[in-house]
Every structure is written in C-alpha cells, then in structure tokens.
Design a protein around this ligand. Sequence first.
Ligand SMILES: [Zn+2]
Length: 500
Amino acid sequence: MQKKFLFFIGLIFILGSPVFGQEQPAQKYAATIKASDLHELLTIIASDALEGRKAGSRGQKMAAAFNTEEFKNMGLQPIVPGPCGPGYLQSFTLAKYDINSIYLANDKQTFDLSAAVLYAGRQALQQPQSAPALLIDTTRLKGNNLSDRAVFITGRITNRQRQQQLSALAYQKGAAMVVFVPFGSQNEFNGYWRNVRHFFASRRYSFLNEIPAQEGNGYFVIGPAVLAALLEVDNEEITKLLGNPTGKKARQLNNQQPVIRWLTSKPGRTLETENVLGYLEGGDKKDEVVVITAHYDHIGRQGNNINNGADDDGSGTASVLEIARAFSRAKAEGNGPRRSILFMTVTAEEMGLIGSQYYTLHPVLPLSQTVVDLNIDMIGRYDPAHKNNKNFVYLVGSDKLSADLHQLSEQTNATYTQLQLDYTYNDENHPDRIYYRSDHWNFAKNNIPIIFYFSGVHEDYHRPTDTVDKIAFDLLEKRARLVFHTAWAIANRDARLMLD
Ligand SMILES: [Zn+2]
C-alpha cells in the first residue's frame, strides 16, 4: 500500500504537474483517433475515383472538396480571405516550366542539366542572358562589387539553405547569375550530384508571375570540370584556382572576364490548385498558432494505372483530418486548446513542396506567431529496416531549431505512445536529405520549429501499388496519436516553444 503510494508520488514528480494535469483530457481525445476511422477516411482519399490526386487534376479538386466538407462538418472555421468572405481553399496558379531549356554556356560549349549541372530557381526567361565571369571565394562575397557579373562562388557550400542565403546576398550586390562550385574534385561533385539532382530537377512547376524576390535568377551548382570548360582553363589550372581563389591566377582570370551565357526555364501551360485550411480558434493564447500539415496531392495516373498514394500521403491526410476531429470534439466539450490550431492539407508537394511554399509566402496567420509545424508524410507502413520492430516512427528536424521542442516531443512519446523514435534521417549527412524534402522545410526555412513524421520508404513508393490494403492501420493510429499528443502539449502549455 505504502509502496504504491510512494510510487504514485514518484510518478507525479517524474511527469511534472503540467503534463499530469492534462493527462485526462488529452488521453480521452487521443482515444477518439481510431484505426477504423482512419481506414474509412483513407478508403475515400486513396480511391480510384480520385485518380491519384495530381495537383490541378479533377481528382485533386475532389480531394479538396472532401477535406473541405470534413473541416466544415467538424466545425473548423474558414480562414482564407476571399471576395465573398473567408473560405477553406487557398487557390493559386502554377505554370509548367520547361527544364530542358536550362543551360549554362560560353561561346564554345553548352552544358544543360544532363551534364552534371544543377539549377535551382524558377526565373522565366525567353531570351538567353550573358555576363562576364567572376570567380570569388565565399568569404569575399561581402566586400566585392558583383555588379552584372556571373559570379562563380567557390567553397564547400553544399547545404541548400546556405546556397539560397548566399545567392540572395549576391543578387543584392548586383550579381547577374550565381554559380556554386562546392567541390575541388569532380568525383566528389558527381556523388553530390547523384544525391541531390532529383530534388533540384523536380521543380518543374512554379507560381505564375511570382518569383520570391530573394531568389533572383536562381542559381547553378557545377563541378570543377564544367568550370574549367566554361572558363577555358585546363584541369590543372582549375585545381590551382580552386585551391587559391584569391590568388594571382584568379585575379588574372577575373580581369580577362570570360563571358558566360545562360538560359533558365520558360513558362508553359498553367494550372490552378488549392491548399485546404481549417482553423480552430484557441483560448487565452489564441494569437499563437500550431500548424499541422500533410500533403493531399499525389502523382496522378501512369497510363491506365492509378497511383492511389495511400501511404504517400493519404496516410498523413487522413491523420490530419482525424486529429482535427479529436481537437474539435475537445473544444465542443469545453476542452479546447489554449493556442489556435491551423489544420492544413497542402497541394503540389509532389511538384516540389509548392503548396506549402505558397502558404509561407502568403500566410493567413502571421509566421511570427506560428509556433510549430508538425508535418506528416507517409506514416502508414514500415520499412525493411523495421520489419522486426514495427512500433516505430522516424522523426526528422525536432532538434534543429528548438531543443525545447525536441524534449517535449520525447517526453510526450514516453508518456503516451511509447513508439521507438528513430532519428536515422535526422542526420544532416544522410544522403536522402529528408529534412529538405517535405512541406515542413518551408516552415523551417522561416525559422519555425518543425517535426516531420515519417515511416520510411518501401517498394510501392510512387507506384500504383501504394494502396490502402498495404496500410498498417494499428501503426497509423498510434503515430497519429503521437502527433495529436505533441500538438496538445505545445498548444496548451504556459510558455511558447523556445527557439535555440
Ligand atoms: Zn509525400
């Protein structure tokens, strides 16, 4: 008896009073997230009738209408401003860009994307542009005049965020084009190119008539072999130049001003697509908002085969709807969250994280008041690495911007869901670069802490065989409950999540 009592006191001490105080309602509403409901939702979202939900297609519109109906029925508010009052849909127009038109050249040779050249950006140009080359070391970027130069930046800049920051700086200083040369060895560059090229090249669509100003003309990334060809120096000389980019050789070269030409992508046909937003207003801290996202678009048909995208990302979409329902029920019974929650199923993820980017460029609630994005993409299965321990989920990004968030996430899982949290993909050096590959990245880019939930890739990834019958609904339920509990804890605690 006494032992039991001491254990109980100990438990209160371990859990801490805030968590303990919330335990009852949180668990009550988490229990309303059920495998059977998720199955029902996913059967509709991943049905053949929706034809693979490709952004802009009839199937995507049907999915948007379904999500809207669900949000409406559970009592979430519309929050997207419109001419006839607020709505649930955030619409925008995309143009298809012809990436085959992209190249970098001098007057002797042309290098397009098939030649181990990477291009990130969406500036639409009908005519090629040209400018004299300037080879410069990363550290000298600030002090130099870059006006109307094609600026080749040396130094090991392999991180996309860093590339974006530095190219923005170069454009501010008048650069006409930015080209990164991150490796001195062509072999090393080839390895990098193989890992990241799908990500760079996947950007075939972009906003019509809207290029975020800081993106300028975008940027190229090349290896030393292409650099040597463009600057018309031999390989030995390029090694010297890259080893000492501020030395005499580099100064000579910069005075000669070899002219570089480039063409970026041309806009083609357009399509319209929609994010679907449902808003649950909070209580005493309602100005702060927790965002929960999953993409509901997928890759459409391949001939007669439909890519149902049950796991990718029907599993996340069904989870967002089911989590929203649990929070709505809590609010209806007087247990609503203190902070507001924005439930958002986003579009055009498969075209390059475009829907979430559109949202972060046009947020309906200030990003400065957005405390977290919990993003779900593929949590309905298990990968070969976990076939003997399916009680897991991969977490990515939880510790990148806020140690506070990471700790809360760990504690929440330990208290409620006891999943094995696998951080394999959280490693910056992991070749799959998952941190940059789903919608949370657009929030992280804006310095908003994120957690990405993921259960790994499998043989049915982006194939017509990614179907509902392959989903492990018991696991899906458990992972959705983890997201729910984490959101609940963030939305209800006293202090806003702290940035590091
Ligand atoms: Zn996905």
